[in-house]
Design a protein around this ligand. Structure first.
Ligand code: WTA
Length: 629
C-alpha cells in the first residue's frame, strides 16, 4: 500500500442556529479543547466529580503504554450513578425507559421502577450464586428486561457479555466459551417484523457445547404456559418475584471490568473487548451530555440494540448516568411500513435521534413522502454512527428529517473506544462528509505509517495519540491482540480506519484500512467510489470491491441498489460510470457494475464487502457469523 493518497475535499458547510451554542454544555469548542490540552488530568477530574464515587481517586491517570489506569484506586458503582443518584432526586418519577414492542405495545419505566426491577434482579442473581467477576451472557430481544439484566450484573460486579439477539447458535457458542460464561440470561422468543424468533431454541443449541454455563435464566416473552425445563433453568419472573427490591450497589474498583463485548475483526475470531467501571462511566456520561448536549427534558432515541457498543454506551449507560429519558423499540425502520420510525418520533416526541447511515440511505430510498406524513417538530438534534455519512445522506437527513434546523452530530468511534471520539460539537459549523474534530478530551490525527501527520487533503491512518478514560483495557484472553492496536504505529492507538483532514482540522473518515483498493498504482478508497455512486439520483446504496486484474493489479467492481422509481439498464450503467468519472476521475471508474436488490450487511448495518468479494472470486468468505439473514 502506498503511504498516502490524495482526496478531493468540498468546502460546503452549514452553520447551526446560534442559540444552540448559547445553551450548549460545551458552548465554545475551541476554548474547551485548549483547556483540555493545557491540563488533560484536570479536565477529566472535573467531569468525574459530577458523578458519585464511594472512594475518591489517588491519581486521575496512570499511563504505562499501552496500559492505562484511570481514576486510580477510586471506588464506585456505575448503577449507583444511573439509578440511586436519580431516585433520591426529583428525577425519581421521571420515565427512564419508554419501550415499544414489535407489535406496537408500549411500556414505560420510571427511574424508581427501573431501580426496583434492577435491584430485584440483582438480588436474584446473587441468590443463584453469581457474584463479582463472574461472566454472564445476555442473549435477549430488545425488551426492558435486557437492560434490567445488564444493570443488575453491573450492580453486583458480574461482567456482562451481551450477544445481540440476532446472532445464531454458532456465534453465541464461540462467545460463551471464549468468556467462560457462568450464567446465560435469555428469553423464550423474540419478535422481529411480525415473525417469531426462537431464541431459547438457538441458545440451547449453543449451550449443548458450552461447559462453563451453570445457570440459564429464561424470560417468558411469549406468555406461553410452558415453564423452563432443565435442572439449571430458572424462570425470569419467578426469580424477580422471590427477590426483594433491595440490593446494595457493590463497591467496584475503577479498573474492575464492567463488561466484555465482542467485535468482529476483519480476520480471525471475534475479539472480546474489555471495558472497566470507572473510565467507561466517565467517558459515556461526558459524551452523552456534551456531544448530544442532553438537557433534562430531552427524550433520546438511539436506534441501536443494546447488544452493540452503541446501545451499551448511548441507550444504557451514558443516558441513564445523565438522567435522561430513553426511547427504545424492538421494531425495525420499515415495519409495518417505512414510516415506522417517524411515527415513533411523533408519538413519543423524541428530541434527539441517533441512527446509522445505512438506515438513512434506506429511508432515502423510500422517499420523502414517508417522513412528511409525520410531525417531526420535536426533534432538536440528529446523530449518525457506524459508517461514513456520505454528503448526500447528510443533506437528506439534514433537510428532510431535520428541516434544516437540527444540528447533525456524525460521531466517529468504535467498540474499542467506548465513547464518541470525533464529531462536530453542537454549535460548530458542519461539513457534509466530515465527522468533524476530536472532541475535547481526545487527541486524534491522520498520519502516515511512521506516525507523521499528513498534510490536509492527503489520506492516511486515523490514530489516537493519548489514552482516554473509556478506552478498552485488553482483549479478553488475548492481550497480544490488544497490544497490536498500540504498536502498529508505535506510540499511537491505530483505529484501522483511513481518513483525511482539511485545512481546518476537520476529519473525513474514508472507511476501514482494509477497504482500500490499489488500481494501477492508485489507492482508491471503497467509500469514495461508493459515495460518488450514491450521489447519483438513481442510487440508493453501493458497495465496491477490488478484483485482481492482470493489467491494473486490481479492477473496481461496483454493486448498486436503486432508489424506488429507477430500473436497471445499459443507459443507466453508462450514466453512473460517467458520473463517477466526473466526480473522481478515470482511475476510480468501476470496470464492472452489477445491480442488486440488496447488499450483504452485518447485523449492525455495515456493508460486508468481504462477502461480495468472496462470492465474486468463488472463494470462502471466512467468518460470516455477523451477516444479516
Ligand atoms: C466505523 C461503532 C465513519 C469505523 C460505534 C469504525 C464510522 C467502526 C463512524 C467501528 C463514523 C463508526 N464515520 N465511520 N461516524 N462511526 N465508523 O466497533 O470504520 O461497531 O472503525 O463501533 O465503524 O465499528 P463498531
Amino acid at each position: 500500500m502506498n503511504e498516502t493518497f490524495d482526496v478531493k475535499l468540498s468546502e460546503k458547510h452549514y452553520l447551526p442556529d446560534p442559540r444552540f451554542r448559547e445553551t450548549a454544555w460545551t458552548p465554545d469548542y475551541t476554548a474547551a479543547y485548549q483547556a483540555f490540552l493545557a491540563d488533560p488530568e484536570a479536565f477529566w477530574d472535573e467531569i468525574a466529580r459530577e458523578l458519585v464515587w464511594f472512594e475518591p481517586w489517588d491519581r486521575v491517570r496512570e499511563w504505562n503504554a499501552p496500559y492505562a489506569r484511570w481514576f486510580v484506586n477510586a471506588r464506585l458503582n456505575i448503577t449507583y450513578n444511573c439509578l440511586d443518584r436519580h431516585v433520591t432526586s426529583e428525577r425519581r418519577d421521571k420515565p427512564a425507559l419508554i419501550w415499544r414492542g414489535d407489535g406496537g405495545e408500549e411500556r414505560t419505566l420510571t427511574y424508581q421502577e427501573l431501580f426496583e426491577d434492577v435491584s430485584r434482579f440483582a438480588r436474584g442473581l446473587v441468590s443463584l450464586g453469581i457474584g463479582k467477576g463472574d461472566r454472564v451472557c445476555i442473549y435477549m430481544p430488545l425488551v426492558p428486561e435486557q437492560i434490567i439484566a445488564m444493570l443488575a450484573c453491573a450492580r453486583i460486579g458480574a461482567v456482562h457479555s451481551v450477544v445481540f439477539g440476532g446472532f445464531g447458535a454458532g456465534a453465541l457458542r464461540t462467545r460463551l466459551n471464549d468468556a467462560s460464561v457462568k450464567a446465560v440470561i435469555t428469553a423464550d422468543v423474540g419478535y422481529r417484523r411480525g415473525k417469531t424468533i426462537p431464541l431459547k431454541e438457538i441458545a440451547d443449541e449453543a449451550l449443548a457445547d458450552a461447559p462453563s454455563v451453570e445457570v440459564v435464566i429464561v424470560l417468558n416473552r411469549s406468555g406461553s404456559a410452558a415453564k423452563p425445563g432443565g435442572d439449571r433453568e430458572v424462570d425470569f419472573a419467578d426469580l424477580m418475584e422471590r427477590s426483594a427490591p433491595d440490593c446494595p450497589a457493590a463497591s467496584m474498583d475503577a479498573e474492575d471490568p464492567l463488561f466484555i463485548l465482542y467485535t468482529s475483526g476483519s480476520t480471525g475470531t471475534p475479539k472480546g473487548i474489555v471495558h472497566t467501571c470507572g473510565g467507561y462511566m466517565v467517558g459515556t456520561y461526558y459524551t452523552t451530555r456534551h456531544v448530544f448536549d442532553v438537557k433534562d427534558d430531552d427524550i433520546l432515541w438511539c436506534t441501536a440494540d443494546p447488544g452493540w457498543i452503541t446501545g451499551h454506551s448511548y441507550v444504557v449507560y451514558g443516558p441513564l448516568a445523565a438522567g435522561v429519558t430513553v426511547a427504545i423499540t424492538e421494531g425495525t425502520p420499515d415495519y409495518p411500513d417505512p414510516g415506522a420510525f417517524w411515527k415513533m418520533i411523533q408519538d413519543l416526541k423524541v428530541t434527539i435521534f441517533y441512527t446509522a447511515p445505512t438506515a438513512i440511505r434506506m429511508f432515502m430510498k423510500h422517499g420523502e413522502a414517508w417522513p412528511e406524513k409525520y410531525d417531526l417538530t420535536s426533534l432538536r438534534i440528529l446523530g449518525s454512527v457506524g459508517e461514513p455519512l456520505n454528503p448526500e445522506a447528510f443533506e437528506w437527513y439534514y433537510q428532510v428529517i431535520g428541516k434544516s434546523r437540527c444540528p447533525i452530530v456524525d460521531t466517529w468511534w468504535q467498540t474499542e473506544t467506548g465513547m464518541h471520539m470525533i464529531t462536530t460539537m453542537i454549535g460548530e459549523p458542519m461539513l457534509p462528509g466530515f465527522a468533524g474534530k476530536p472532541i475535547p478530551g481526545v487527541v486524534a490525527d491522520v498520519v502516515d505509517r511512521e506516525g507523521r501527520p499528513v498534510p490536509p487533503g492527503t489520506g492516511g491512518f486515523l490514530v489516537i495519540k493519548e489514552p482516554w478514560p473509556s478506552m478498552m483495557r485488553t482483549v479478553h484472553g488475548n492481550d497480544e491482540r490488544y497490544c497490536t492496536y498500540w504498536n502498529t504505529i508505535p506510540g499511537y492507538y491505530t483505529a484501522g480506519d483511513l481518513a483525511v483532514k482539511d485545512e481546518n482540522g476537520y476529519i473525513m473518515v474514508l472507511g476501514r484500512a482494509d477497504d482500500l483498493i490499489v488500481v494501477a498504482g492508485h489507492n482508491i478508497g471503497t467509500a469514495e467510489v461508493e459515495s460518488a455512486l450514491v450521489s447519483h439520483d438513481a442510487v440508493a446504496e453501493a458497495a465496491v470491491i477490488g478484483k485482481p486484474d492482470p493489467l491494473k493489479g486490481n479492477a473496481i467492481k461496483a454493486f448498486v441498489t436503486l432508489r424506488t422509481g429507477y430500473t436497471a439498464s445499459d443507459d443507466l450503467t453508462a450514466a453512473l460510470l460517467k458520473h463517477v468519472r466526473d466526480q473522481l476521475g478515470p482511475v476510480a471508474v468501476p470496470s464492472e457494475l452489477e445491480y442488486a436488490d440488496r447488499l450483504p450487511k452485518t447485523r449492525s448495518g455495515k456493508i460486508m464487502r468481504r462477502v461480495l468479494k468472496a462470492k465474486e472470486l468463488g472463494i470462502d468468505p471466512g467468518d460470516i457469523s455477523t451477516l444479516e439473514e
